[in-house]
Design a protein around this ligand. Sequence first.
Ligand code: PMP
Length: 765
Amino acid sequence: MPENIKKLLEIEYGLSGDISRLAGENENFLIRTKNNTSFVLKLACDQTIPGIPEIEHLAVECLFKAGLGISLPRVIPARSGSMEACLLTEDHKQIRGRLLEFVKGKAWRQSPPASIEQLETLGRLIARMDMAMSGIVHAGSRRTHPWDLTQAARHRPEISFIQDLEKRRILEWAFHLYTAIALPLLDRLPRSLIHGDLNDDNILVDNSRVCGILDFGDCLENPVVCDLAIALAYHTLDEEDPLEAAAIIIGAFHQVRPLSADEMNVIFPLMCARLAVSVIISAKRRKIDPLRESWFVSEQRAWQKLDAFSAIGPAQAAILLAGRTNLKPYENRGASAMELLKKRRKLIAPSISPSYEKPLKFLHGKGQYLFDYNGRPFLDLYNNVCHVGHCHPKVVEAGQKQMAKLNTNTRYLYDGLTEYAERLCDTLPRELDTCFFVNSGTEANELALRIARTCTGQKDMLVVDNAYHGHTTSMIDISPYKFMGKGGKGEAEPWVHVVPAADGYRGRFKGQGKDAGKAYGDEIESIIDVLSTPVAGFITESLLSCGGQVIPPEGYLETAFRHVRNAGGLCITDEVQTGFGRTGACFWAFKLQDVVPDLVVMGKPMGNGHPMGAVITRKEIADIFANGMEFFSTFGGNPVSCAIGLAVLNVIKEEELQKNAKLIGKRMMEGLYTLKGKHDLIGDVRGLGLFMGIELVNNRKTLDPAARKAHELVNLLKSQGILVGTDGPFNNVIKIKPPMVITQEDSDMFIRVLDDCLTDMENSE
Ligand code: PMP
């Protein structure tokens, strides 16, 4: 090779001298001529993408013209005048290369600790560079490469290359921040051609003066702030107080090229993501060539910084980083969680307990993420209210617009009510055609109970063991979850008859496959047979939520409904948790069992957080109910609620969320099955679409419920930024019912982190 290089230099450039290979990733050679002039020859390799050298050249020339007062690796044309020289070797190989001016100076990494002035110079320089390069337009700059910060999430699955649990935790944290905070904003930020790799080897320093910039090989079109974030990630690696040093660089940048609030907010997540990508690429490279030192110069320092950063909340980081600008991130966060908790204890009834050992205060929500007081994102895997994602802009807009226009009640006429009712009925079997609108699931169940009683002239109800249907007096009476639970009466009212849950894991007919559904259904017949009074109806969820995320076996509802109807009762399905496409397979979960209930109750996701509930039934039932007593709910079905409900239905359709539930649910279930094979604590995993349960047991034979461990796991997952809860009669089932917008990446992250948490728990046993 050196012989060929020698030849190329002589023929194409008329140069001769010492040739030595330069450290670094590429095939770069230092040429030192006899009269002590230096050049760099950059050889093209197979990976050199056509057009990229041209963009590099444009960038360097543009910066040269901008008069930044620094040296740049300008291209020296070959004798032929072309930017690239070419040599055909004797063995018929083609060598192509570009000769560049040698940029003098010492790498920032190898120079003495940076002074404030040096940091400021760097900040101003990056700003001026990016401003100058914003004028370059070249189609080829719209490219990507493994270091492209807008595509950092591509490296997320590679976290599993890292063996150490603690290091994996740090990487999960970094990618979570990046995905939840930076990614949604990146698309909206100003873009231009950027250098793309302003690391501490590519910035040269001479006597505390930034004197040169190297290596434009990674330049690409990107949000401008990425260039700054990359520089910050590397240039603070050796700083004792990296965020203070970064704040100095940012302050100087901001003076030349003001940052927006969004740009400010993404800097910390981007810095962390860059370091995370760097350590992952290092880990991968170690397998290829562990002795190539230049590949690992940042590795240890990057781990140290990531470790330190992971103890800092994004809010605190953003506040520190913006310290020398006029931006005020995270202003008006209100009281801290601790302060609020104290106040709450004074003012709010003690029977409402906040979730988690250390309760959370959220500042805002977006999609599947909630952000706490420290700006930390949490993947919300069990809020089935914010069905189409927290604060969905279309739902918010629909509510705001209608609220500003008109809000009345159902005694007046408005398009929204009938339009919404029509759209809801379109999702149901044809016979369910008449709507009642209320404000919550409880209210809807109350009304369904009243309708069943009025229409049958009976009082008694059949209810499923461990079920929950609402918080009012009569709903508590038909909720074994409550009256048999803590503080409950411990027995059913005489008019309430509890039927066993059709539980395929613990129930009486477990393991009986196809026959189990009928067998559980027939149990209802035997209960009815011994009753002294006829029943008004039977209420059940289509899938049992509080009962422990139970999927009743096939044929259960059909058999149950037949017996109830034979006894003169009406069948109510409570779809408060299971409706609106959550199961992926059907819009309403009762359809899974091929039945049509007499009354369908809906709530939670209906208004995506806006309080709404409804009962939908057959016209003939509604007619009998209309016995002269008026039904009126002041707020139920008001124009604002209808506009919001309609927007929710539209978003489910437009964003194909039912399909997403099916797809992601399947992927997550596969992941959970794998974990069940690995961790004995998991007794059962079950679910459909985005309605899933993981039942934890201390012993797979006795099924001894592992409630304490479930509690521990929920709090561990929370400490890793994932929100789930427990449910079931023994509180040992991890419930998963996330907003329907969760992605494949969220699901994969959950499975990885859950795996690590379970391993962690096993290790500490
Ligand atoms: N039914 C079911 C199945 C529920 O899960 C709930 C709430 N958890 C309700 C009814 C009551 O709904 P709300 O709290 O909106 O009154």
